[in-house]
Design a protein around this ligand. Structure first.
Ligand SMILES: [Zn+2]
Length: 293
């Protein structure tokens, strides 16, 4: 294609020189007829703008690929953001705002910025929430309202169909948290009145929960909620501990539409469709030293 364009340009110029005409060379028409993908431009503008708000250089490679929605990965030591242009087109059309695409790209950028793409590992709920917080944070900084920051998540993330991602309610809360954190930096009064600050108080943790292959720590509070804390200490509920489904367990850990058995040694078990059992994590009791009062 490049060669054809070059030839067209060359002959276009050649003919013009000989005709002695001053009208623009033919090659401009040829260039304009090349397929122009506005989505490609929008994606690049969005990533460029997001990075401006971080103060970091934009040196990600942005590509349109046959991925399901959008994904961050490293190849040959270069950082890529790949998006599916039909998906981006669809969210832009259905949400009628560019913020939806910006929030999805911000989430993917956060996987790079937070270092999640350095080692290939399974996605974890904590990682996902970290990226949702960044997305909410940066969208506030860019001028989006909280509703605009949430629009892609509201419209395009199904409630319970995805095994890797945390519950939609937790993800919406994470975006809101990030948005409020950014707002709190703007305005001290907003920080005092924000939910992000209010939710910090009076949460008592009784157990710690770890998942295989996931560096994050999760906690179980005295209301049986499974909680992840962001780096500012804001709790986000990702699951629940419930009555056991069988006598060999002390609890059921309910995450998304999945239930896992927690045995009496704190091991979290997953059973496959074929009945094979695997340990996917461990629960530890938190021992609090008795003091005062
Ligand atoms: Zn993600």
């Amino acid at each position: 294609m490049t060669r054809i364009l070059f030839l067209a340009f060359f002959f276009g110029s050649f003919i013009n020189v000989f005709a002695g005409e001053k009208k623009p060379p033919q090659s401009i028409d040829t260039l304009q007829s090349v397929h122009f993908d506005a989505i490609d431009q929008k994606a690049k503008i969005a990533v460029g703008k997001i990075m401006q708000y971080t103060g970091l250089p934009q040196n990600f490679i942005i590509v349109n690929e046959d991925v399901r929605t959008a994904v961050a990965y490293i190849k040959n030591r270069k950082r890529y953001i790949a998006y599916n242009d039909d998906f981006i087109k669809r969210i832009l059309d259905e949400t009628q705002t560019d913020w939806s695409a910006v929030s999805i790209l911000a989430h993917e950028l956060a996987h790079h910025l937070a270092g999640h793409t350095i080692n290939i590992r399974e996605q974890s709920p904590g990682d996902e929430l970290e990226c949702d917080i960044f997305s909410g944070f940066i969208l506030y900084r860019m001028g989006a309202t909280m509703e605009e920051a949430n629009v892609a998540m509201e419209k395009f993330v199904p409630d319970t169909t995805n095994k890797i991602h945390p519950p939609k309610s937790a993800r919406l809360q994470a975006i809101k948290t990030g948005w409020l954190q950014a707002k709190a930096l703007d305005n001290v009064d907003a920080a005092i009145s924000s939910d992000a600050v209010n939710t910090k108080k009076e949460v008592k943790m009784t157990y710690e929960l770890t998942l295989t292959g996931d560096d994050n720590l999760y906690f179980i509070d005295d209301n049986d909620r499974v909680i992840w804390f962001d780096n500012y200490g804001t709790p986000i509920v990702i699951g629940m501990i419930k009555e056991p489904e069988s006598k060999s367990y002390q609890w059921t850990y309910s995450y998304q539409d999945k239930n896992y058995g927690v045995d009496f040694k704190g091991k979290i078990w997953r059973s496959s469709n074929h009945g094979a059992m695997a340990i996917i994590g461990q629960v530890f009791k938190i021992i609090v030293k008795e003091e005062e009062e």
